[in-house]
Design a protein around this ligand. Structure first.
Ligand code: AQP
Length: 326
């Protein structure tokens, strides 16, 4: 059984990119893997967020995991801040990571570079992410394409640690889905769909109404020219819609393109396919949010189980670096 670890920030509503890039493959493989999935609330603190909102969104994200199909009896689901080994291991790794390698992280360049007020946590975030993964001796990390660079850093840190201190950490690999690895914004199809984009029209939230989804797909930006062709570089808008149709119904985006001569018909089919795919998730989410006590019990049990694994890794790493055992 492969050991698997991944997480999602409770920094906003879960969206279609989170589902197709990450959550859906978590669910597909939950019978195969020994999986740990966390709501990475400490990462959400790297951007300004209201405390009450963070608390609420942490529970909503947990409900989203289960609504998407994760079974807490099969996988270990927990909140990152409930397992103290994450931050303890992150410190050990920060003492092996260099400023130069963190400076090269494109996510930091996009969100914070050149701004003196940017928080230190945003800069060191990839090291905390490495600790999240390495604490569980994870073999595989199922993520969307945007996280590839962070997994590479995690591998570099683990290899360096092992070279310096002995064979302590498992070097993980990213698993990136064949379809849905990079869902683009519906209004700005040259940017990935994201929780933090200003226009909600560009993003399909997983638990929004069917009407909203239909409206957003209808208003999606398409490219110049009238024909429906699949060319992600030259025609990113229409290609994103074809990718979404392929992700929801199967088939290849290039072949699906041959069924359409008009954008309007394509958009109608994309909207319907997404609404059908998401309807059962939406129903389950509403049910789960009506009684959050069940969610808190799942998260408490998950954190207890996760702590046993993560504490053991921290102890191994701390001992290897020469910290005196308590
Ligand atoms: N557009 C996307 N396409 C495919 N996969 C995506 N993921 C995120 N956006 C897309 C995948 O979702 C998982 C969780 O991501 P995250 O919440 O930890 O942070 P993120 O990647 O920074 O997500 P957002 O929505 O873009 O948040 P903000 O706006 O706060 O930065 C990851 O596996 C990611 O690959």
């Amino acid at each position: 059984m492969a050991r698997v670890l991944s997480g999602i920030q409770p920094s906003g509503d879960l969206h279609l990119g989170n589902y197709l890039g990450a959550l859906r493959q978590w669910v597909q493989n939950q019978d195969r893997d020994d999986a740990y999935y966390c709501i990475v609330d400490l990462h959400a603190l790297t951007q300004a967020i209201d405390p009450d909102e963070l608390r609420r969104r942490t529970l909503e994200t947990a409900a989203g995991f289960i609504a998407a199909g994760l079974d807490p009896e099969k996988v270990t689901m927990f909140v990152q801040s409930h397992v103290v080994a994450h931050t303890r291991l992150a410190w050990l790794l920060e003492c092996t990571a260099s400023m130069g390698e963190l400076n090269r992280m494109t996510q930091f360049k996009d969100k914070g570079r050149g701004n003196d007020a940017v928080k230190v946590g945003l800069f060191t975030y990839p090291v905390l992410m490495a600790a999240d993964i390495l604490a569980y001796d994870a073999d595989l990390v199922p993520v969307g394409e945007d996280q590839r660079q962070h997994i590479e850093l995690t591998r570099d840190l683990a290899n360096r640690f092992n070279f310096q201190y002995g064979d302590v950490l498992v070097v993980p690999e990213a698993t990136i889905p064949a379809v849905g690895a990079r869902v683009m914004d519906l209004q700005q199809p040259d940017r990935k769909m994201s929780k933090s984009i200003p226009s909600p029209l560009g993003r399909i939230d997983l638990f929004e109404s069917a009407e909203d989804t239909m409206k957003k797909v209808k208003k999606a930006v398409t490219d110049t020219g009238d024909d429906v062709t699949y060319d992600p570089d030259g025609r990113p808008g229409v290609s994103n819609l074809l990718d979404l149709l392929a992700a929801a119904t199967g088939g290849s985006p290039a072949t699906l393109a041959t069924n359409y001569t008009r954008f309007g018909d394509l958009k109608a089919d994309v909207g319907t396919a997404l609404v059908e795919m998401l309807a059962p998730l939406r129903a389950r989410y509403t049910e789960l949010m009506s009684d959050p006590s069940e969610l808190t019990a799942v998260l408490r049990k998950g954190a207890e189980k996760a702590s046993i694994v993560a504490d053991a890794t921290y102890d191994r790493a701390a001992a290897a670096m020469g910290l005196l055992a308590p």
